[in-house]
Design a protein around this ligand. Structure first.
Ligand code: NDP
Length: 462
């Protein structure tokens, strides 16, 4: 058999692709990685990183208002969208450079081209029309926003891809969806002074989250002035004579806004990738089917991250890449662990969560105790802001094992990260009870809720 050009060829320069290429190259493997857009992937270029920067930007008006209660007088203020976009661009360009440097230092070859599979060991590079061969191929091409099927006028709408780089900040925006992206962007745009409406088909936003988090966040968003339309969808979008978007809805008439943003989920980026030719099978959504070790149906071809539609989160893609390296190059078969993934919604207030929601827990556990606290955060006493923190611990009453913890409030994401360690270690409610509080913090409430707020037995609340 003729020697292949590479030991490993990675398609896609996002979180999962870069990590697998860098680690394999640092072990002395001959590695190439192809990316058609920018290194860093969705997370760095048009996802988590710029999103968090814009969240910070959108929080300042509340900080300025809160300052009054602490004795400060804040003078005239103004906001420049152009300066924010430019500052964001500078930072993600810096991060992109670090990704490239990491790959180069490890000895991986960087290829700026779209890459498509010819067969299970051959890749075609569209930039210079050459083909290369590799012993193993990793597909880590991520996902892309998807408009609702058949939405008339979807081309007049933006997605999160465009939202970061709009030429000017819209005066008003209608956001469709009730998931992470819709909720986070509704808060960002509202904070930046945009008249914001969110339209969601269900009865409560964030369908997979604990009910207290969903209701608490929705109330907080509405209290800030974000309009939330429930049980409805956009049916068509047109453009009027002044360039404004006219969105027809099922039950709420037509809404005229500067921008319509669709945040109705993301689909794997597999179209036109040559998967069929390589013998790689996909599911109905176009996600690459993989086994417990990220192996596809084609021997030697692996898939990681959002393209497999397991859990669409950056740290998960990175973890899957590290498991791939352990399994394939370190003779240590390791399958990714998708249990108890802590996560945050960077809404305002934030949601931090790990483990089962109350609704999920009662489906699988006969006896559930819920410990719940709702209180005004300390900062709000002087700022005068009407806001609530909600903390909730869901416990298996039979074993005392903590099944889930859910927090709505400042820094909830930071708390979720630490709670993730505790739950992963199998923490019980008794461990919480014997932990000394850190005072004065909001998190201390988590270790001082000694009595259940209510009990649920066989699905019935007592
Ligand atoms: P989500 O799956 O979170 O939400 C999609 C939303 O769109 C849901 O509310 C869904 O409704 C709604 N929807 C789906 N199809 C339609 C339709 N045809 N018409 C109307 N509404 C529809 O996806 P996002 O796009 O918000 O985010 C994609 C992924 O990215 C997330 O799953 C998450 O894993 C990741 N992400 C993580 C972030 C974080 O960690 N902070 C931030 C941003 C994204 P329903 O609930 O009824 O199905």
């Amino acid at each position: 058999m003729a020697a292949r050009d590479y030991d490993l060829f990675v398609i896609g320069g996002g979180s999962g692709g870069v990590r697998s290429a860098r680690l394999a190259a640092s072990m002395g493997k001959r590695v190439a990685i192809a990316e058609e857009f920018r290194f860093g992937g969705t997370c760095v270029i048009r996802g988590c990183v710029p999103k968090k920067l814009y969240v910070y930007a959108s929080q300042f008006p509340e900080h300025f208002e809160d300052a009054e209660g602490f004795g400060w007088s804040v003078g005239e203020r103004s906001f420049s969208w152009e300066r924010l976009v430019a500052a964001k661009e500078k930072e993600i360009t810096r991060l992109e450079g670090l990704y490239r440097k990491g790959l180069e230092n490890a000895g991986a070859e960087i290829i700026e081209s779209r890459a498509e599979l010819v067969d299970a060991n051959t890749v075609r590079l569209l930039a210079d029309r050459r083909t290369v061969t590799a012993e193993r191929i990793v597909i880590a091409v991520g996902g892309r926003p998807q408009a609702p099927a058949g939405l008339v006028g979807a081309e007049h709408c933006i997605s999160s891809n465009e939202a970061f780089d709009l030429k000017r900040l819209p005066a008003s925006i209608l956001i469709s969806g009730g998931g992470y992206i819709a909720v986070e962007f509704a808060n960002i745009f509202h904070g930046l002074g945009v008249e914001t409406t969110l339209i969601y088909r269900g009865a409560e936003i964030l369908s997979r989250f604990d009910g207290d988090m969903r209701r608490g966040l929705m109330a907080a968003m509405q209290a800030k002035g974000i309009r939330i339309i429930l049980g409805d969808v956009i049916t068509a979008v047109t453009v009027d004579g002044e360039g404004r978007r006219v969105a027809e809805t099922g039950q709420n008439g037509s809404l005229v806004v500067d921008q319509v943003m669709l945040a109705t989920g993301r689909v794997p980026n597999t179209a036109g990738l040559g998967l069929e030719a390589a013998g790689v099978t996909v599911d109905a959504r176009g996600a690459i089917r993989v086994d417990a070790f990220s192996r596809t149906s084609a021997p030697g071809v692996y898939a990681l991250g959002d393209v497999t539609d397991r859990v669409q989160l950056t740290p998960v893609a990175i973890h899957e890449a590290m498991c791939f390296i352990e399994t394939e190059y370190k003779h240590n078969p390791t399958s990714p662990d998708h249990d108890l993934i802590a996560t945050a919604v960077f809404s305002q207030p934030e949601i931090g969560t790990v483990g089962l929601s109350e609704e999920e827990a009662v489906k699988t556990h006969a006896a559930v105790d819920v410990f719940r606290a709702e209180f005004r955060p300390m900062k709000a006493t002087l700022s005068g802001r009407t806001e609530k923190t909600i903390q909730k611990i869901v416990v298996d009453a039979e074993t005392r094992k903590v099944l889930g913890v859910h927090i709505l409030g400042h820094e909830a994401g930071e708390m979720a990260q630490l709670l993730g360690i505790a739950l992963k270690a199998g923490v019980t409610k008794d461990d919480f009870d014997r932990t000394m509080a850190v005072h004065p913090t909001a998190a201390e409430e988590l270790v001082t809720m000694y009595q259940p707020s209510y009990r649920i037995r066989d699905g019935v609340r007592q």
